[in-house]
Design a protein. Structure first.
Length: 278
């Protein structure tokens, strides 16, 4: 059985199977009430890591989580991301890591989440038009001011992770990764070597008909669902992996979180490993 918890940055303990809040609708009212119920149910079921971002509704997702969960129970980490803004020529979303934008989004997140300090803040994407030292330097300043606790990155390469670690202490990386999509395997390996938390987004993928059939067969053998098998594989893949599956339905949430009880045998793991190149 995989270890149930991980210490982000060496000291921030969270359960290894978290919740991604991106899919929670913030309107209309009936959908919002259902979303609030999902967030509360996640915490009831023991989730201690919830991921959101400024990009998700321009902060509306952060406000939703605060409405659902504030005052936050002890041990709950709500992490958010900054660095994507409506600053394109027509007001469209674009990567924007300019210091003023990052600082403003952090200030907004503090207000929306109703906290004085964001314990884990992640740079949603590296803005290629702004020097990395300026982007991370701004976040480091916010750390020094006590507004941010720890810093992470999202969707980075091994080289970018290395460059960032020369500027700040990186404690988490959030990249796309799942059983059938292992493009960022080198990044995961770099994180594992450094003890950095790796938060795979899109942790479950559809895949080819053949791959789906094999996952379904293994799920039948284990008395589990294909989604649970996919999440169990991630938990078994490395102790630094912290999946954050998202959903807007309580039944799906409960299915996801039950993946912690799925034990893959070495034979099952070998069959799953063969489904995508490593």
């Amino acid at each position: 059985m995989a270890t149930d918890t991980f210490h982000i940055g060496g000291d921030l303990e969270v359960g290894r199977l978290g919740f991604g809040a991106m899919h929670l609708p913030t309107e209309p009212a009936a959908d919002r009430e259902a979303a609030i119920a999902v967030a509360r149910r996640a915490v009831e079921l023991g989730v201690t890591l919830i991921d959101t971002a400024h990009l998700y509704g321009g902060g509306a997702n952060e406000e939703l989580l605060a409405e659902a969960l504030h005052p936050y129970p002890a041990g709950l980490l709500v992490t958010t991301k900054v660095g994507v803004a409506r600053t394109g020529p027509g007001g469209e979303w674009r990567l924007d890591g300019r210091p003023a934008i990052l600082r403003d989004q952090v200030e907004q997140a503090l207000r929306r989440l109703r906290v004085e300090r964001i314990e884990l803040l992640q740079l949603h994407r590296i803005d290629p038009e702004t020097p990395l030292a300026d982007q991370l330097g701004t976040l480091r300043e916010l750390q020094s001011e006590g507004k941010v606790g720890r810093l992470g990155l999202s969707e980075v390469t091994v080289a970018e992770l290395g460059q960032a670690r020369e500027i700040v202490d990186v404690v988490s990386v959030q990249n796309r990764y799942n059983l059938l999509d292992r493009e960022h395997e080198p990044v995961l390996e770099a994180c594992e070597a450094a003890g950095i938390a790796f938060l795979p987004w899109r942790p479950v993928a559809a895949g080819t008909l053949g791959a789906r059939a094999e996952i379904a067969a293994i799920a039948d053998e284990l008395g589990a669902t294909p989604t649970q098998v996919s999440l169990a594989w991630l938990l078994d893949r490395s102790p630094v992996v912290l999946p954050i599956p998202g959903t807007a339905r309580i039944a799906h949430l409960e299915e996801n979180l039950a993946a912690v009880r799925v034990d893959l045998t070495p034979a099952h793991r070998e069959r799953l490993d063969r489904l995508a190149p490593r």
